[in-house]
Design a protein around this ligand. Sequence first.
Ligand code: TA6
Length: 284
Amino acid sequence: MTIILDGDVVSVLYENARAQITLHGATVTTWKTNGRERLWLSEDAALDGSKAIRGGIPVVFPVFGRSDVHSVAALPQHGFARISTWQLVGESKLNDGVAVTLTLSADNLADESRRQWPFGFHLTYTVSLRNNSMETSLRVENIGDKPFDFQALFHSYLHVDDIDQVSIEGLQHCNFYNKIEGAENQGSDEVIRINSPCDRIYRNVQNEVSLMQDGATMYTVERTGLPDVVVWNPWQSGAQSISDFAPEDGYKQMVCIEPGSVSGWSSLNPKSVWTGSQIIHAVM
Ligand code: TA6
């Protein structure tokens, strides 16, 4: 097991697994198993802390998207967690892997974000690297004197070989909101394939979600405390309109499978704690 902090990049090595996490946004930017990259990262991703990183696993907190709910209306898209500087506070050896822990709290939040969201909070983010899986776990603690509402999500950009051969299992029969159409949809038994812009919020997903490539399981995503799953692929039109999305045909090698608690709001009273986690298994 090896953990190296070089500037604002934490490199984590465990047997045949490798990962890097930037302190900027606590973003996992690369995760390799046996030399095979499992996350998609834009070639134009800003890694200098100037903006949210396009790719990897951005951490979304305290709001998903934008919202006119008063307490979060001033926040940028997807909140401040992914654009803040986190602190590396711990590393630990697991019996089957290695974990690193990063924190972000109100007292080390940029002034602008504190003005936009003036609540007492402490985030603890643990990334656990095992031979063929990546676990990300977020602990939210209310250390202030007033309750706050929040949403949280892991915006995972999974790397695929060929989007045309991808299907997604486990979301059948789940109702979803289609952001492209602006409409709620009833679940169906259709297996999800992506052949156009896709931006769907699946609600209260009971099953494990699997991403298939050529009919074989490539990834499975386990969730705890995260009832919703967002599926996003900008397709060609979206990729062309996103300035830091490169290469332009990179949409053919990525699918965002985003476990979250985003359909409503989680409320946290002072001294209370919430946790949500995902485990991405690299199967093939
Ligand atoms: O999670 C899907 C989504 O909300 C899409 O609507 C799209 O906006 C995507 O996130 C990327 O958002 P970003 O702020 O990273 O450009």
